[in-house]
Ligand binder design. Structure first.
Ligand SMILES: NC(=O)c1ccc[n+]([C@@H]2O[C@H](COP(=O)([O-])OP(=O)(O)OC[C@H]3O[C@@H](n4cnc5c(N)ncnc54)[C@H](OP(=O)(O)O)[C@@H]3O)[C@@H](O)[C@H]2O)c1
Length: 233
């Protein structure tokens, strides 16, 4: 399916803004959803995008924004303790056109089949940050888990992109991916944000990623380079 019109849900954050630029570079028409108070963060794209302001879990906002879209890129964030992520994912699943490509972002901590093998610092972070965030009612990592479980159960044309630790900097190219955290190619656990966004946008036209939850890693990291050298890619 040809991609012409793309909705970016959660467009005003770092990942969202990189995705806007990648979409504009490809000539896509871009419709953005972001909170009213964050609309000014998108001033640099004035005249090039349209914006539907509102919370990303507002079903009316999402219904309006995804109308006629061939693809929807959704930044899933677990802020607050009111199922913000799950509400966002559900609205996108309910209202996006049935043949649209739906790409969602999350972190490595999400597992689809329970076969991921996590490094201990990540396990410790999820346990400690998860507990503290819930206690302070500032975020709920389980909300992102619930959001992804709903996506995994859907028969829409979804992909859940699981980001490693992130860093800034210029693009190094399309990240490599694997099905399970713990696979050697992912060992470096680092991706540039701009390339996380690149992977999300490229997934719109990669049907091999439909119903996959790729865990990604930067293509110039030591583990990715070792993987490519072993296969002479
Ligand atoms: N940060 C990491 O190290 C990391 C690692 C792996 C994967 N990820 C994944 O990458 C994605 C984005 O991560 P990021 O760190 O780069 O963040 P980001 O792109 O800056 O995006 C943060 C998003 O959260 C929204 N937000 C912030 N506070 C909020 C609140 N209180 N209520 C509702 N929305 C709020 C922002 O909207 P406003 O502009 O309106 O504030 C923005 O859309 C997420 O899916 C995350 O799971 C992140």
């Amino acid at each position: 399916m040809e991609i012409r019109r793309v909705c970016i849900v959660g467009a005003s954050g770092k990942l969202g803004q990189y995705m806007i630029q990648h979409c504009l570079d490809r000539g896509y028409e871009v419709v953005c959803v972001c909170r009213e108070r964050s609309v000014q963060k998108l001033d640099k794209f004035n005249g090039k995008i349209s914006i539907v302001p509102g919370a990303t879990d507002d079903r009316e906002v999402i219904e309006k924004a995804v109308e006629g879209c061939d693809g929807v890129l959704t930044v899933l964030v677990p802020w607050g303790v009111s199922s913000y992520s799950a509400g966002t994912a559900q609205a996108v699943l309910d209202f996006a056109p049935s043949d649209a490509r739906l790409i969602f972002s999350c972190g490595w901590h999400i597992t689809r089949d329970g076969k991921d093998v996590y490094p201990w610092p990540l396990k410790a972070f999820v346990k400690i940050f998860g507990w503290l965030a819930r206690k302070a009612r500032f975020a709920d990592l389980n909300d992102q888990v619930e959001a992804c479980d709903r996506i995994f159960a859907s028969d829409k044309r979804w992909t859940v992109v699981r980001g490693s630790d992130l860093e800034g900097g210029e693009s190094q190219g399309l990240p490599l991916w694997s099905r399970h955290v713990g696979d050697p190619v992912l060992k470096s656990n680092l991706t540039r944000r701009v390339d996380f966004a690149l992977f999300m946008v490229e997934a719109l036209v990669n049907d091999d990623l439909i119903h996959e939850a790729p865990a990604i890693v930067g293509c110039q990291t030591p583990s990715a380079l070792a993987f490519k050298a072993a296969r002479q890619i």
